[in-house]
Design a protein around this ligand. Structure first.
Ligand code: FES
Ligand code: FES
Length: 194
């Protein structure tokens, strides 16, 4: 059947089997491979995308069920090809990834959290990423990355979070404001508290 989905601000169409998962449709039909297939049973969070701004496991959702919603994948967070969002850059700076398999899901979970608050507590961050499994990092640097991104976004004087801007629904809040990365270059990564 023909399906029309709004993905990263653009309307995309494809002929899909009704039983096809959103994860498989994103990867196979729309060539958005940032959503990773891990367990494919709703456990690991590697397949996380945002549906109307909320983290969702795309392996547990049929693509046809996504009709009418704003889907944001990790590809939709980058402000431009070759550039990184503030959160993506923070993960790089604090070594919040190793193999990177969990990273798109982690960043999208963090993005959803920082849409709600730019002053999350450590517990808030831990809870936000609690549905995403990382086999490599031990999570400490991921928490640090989210804290670091929150600090940078606070300093950017960015406009308030808003997910549904017409041209790029998922990325505006997390796009680097002009000068924010340069201004933040003197920052020290947030020390991890025990
Ligand atoms: S691949 Fe979807 S939760 Fe693991
Ligand atoms: S960085 Fe390897 S699974 Fe998280």
């Amino acid at each position: 059947m023909k399906v029309e989905l709004r993905i990263n601000g653009a309307i995309r169409t494809a002929e899909l089997e009704p039983r096809k998962t959103l994860l498989d449709a994103l990867r196979e039909n729309f060539l958005l491979n940032g959503a990773h297939a891990g367990c494919e049973h709703g456990v690991c969070g590697a397949c996380t995308v945002l549906v109307d701004g909320a983290p969702v496991r795309s392996c547990l959702m049929f693509a046809v069920q996504a009709d009418g919603y704003d889907i944001t994948t990790i590809e939709g967070l980058a402000p431009a090809p070759g550039e990184l969002s503030v959160i993506q850059d923070a993960f790089c700076e604090t070594h919040g990834l190793q193999c990177g398999y969990c990273t798109p899901g982690m960043i999208l979970a963090a993005h959803a959290l920082l849409q709600q608050t730019l002053t999350p507590s450590r517990d808030d961050i831990v809870e936000a990423i609690s549905g995403n499994i990382c086999r490599c990092t031990g999570y400490g640097q991921i928490v640090e990355a989210v804290q670091f991104a929150a600090t940078r976004l606070q300093q950017s004087n960015a406009p308030p979070a808003h997910h549904r801007l017409p041209d790029h629904p998922g990325a505006k809040h997390d796009a680097p404001a002009k000068g924010v990365l340069e201004a933040a270059s003197a920052d020290k990564p947030v020390a991890e508290t025990k």
